[in-house]
Design a protein around this ligand. Sequence first.
Ligand code: OOG
Ligand code: MG
Length: 255
Amino acid sequence: MIPADTIDELARRLDTAQTTRTDTPSLADTHEFDVDDAYAIQAALVALREARGERTAGVKLGFTSKAKMAQMGVSDVIVGRLTDAMRVADGDDVDLARFIHPKVEPEVAYRLCRDVDLDDPATDIESCVDAVAPALEIIDSRYRDFRFTYGDVVADNTSASAYAVGPWRPVASVSNRAVRLIAGGTEVTGSTAAILGDPVRALHALLDMCRRRRVPLRAGQVVLAGAATAAVPLPEGVTRCEVAGLGSVSVRGVR
Ligand code: OOG
Ligand code: MG
């Protein structure tokens, strides 16, 4: 474990990178730290945002698809936290000046309808979810050129930056649904099967991660299950994610 003041210093460095929209070199260039340290930095980073009045709005999984693992050169699922300041309403403008080098990815979101007891081994995570929706996640690594180690990206709250959720529907299976991301002139297609074989598995992976990392899961929170395709740069103009049979969600990049 690295000392508490180093955890604090690295959290501040990432926080400043975000608030000033200035990228920072990989923490691993100058510091040796393990995954537990990385989650401690993440918790300290989110605490800085909460000290400014932001409130936890949900959680996200990362690297639940092979496309994302290959794109970023990592091979294990990660968990991050979403705050209310990251939320963009469906169809709303999003100011590109908020970010360093934003990318967007098509996702599936679940809504928690009850608090999840992380300490009860019998917890049934699927029964804690009441709705599902198409979602867009905007990721904006605080690291130069999106180059990071596994520990770096965990510390940087898994590149979490903004997200939009489409209309909620009562929860049902969303396995094997076609996914389409239209981001300006770029179109990417995929399937919800890319998300751990079936997005519902992301809920089980989430429970496991939140138990290990002591990330609370509360009624009303949004869960992002992870990208179904590789991420693409967030362009000016409309970006839309369509999930077959589930609907669509969009944001509009503006300058
Ligand atoms: C990390 C975030 C990964 C996902 O859906 O896989 C992620 C990154 O690629 O910068 O959000
Ligand atoms: Mg994502």
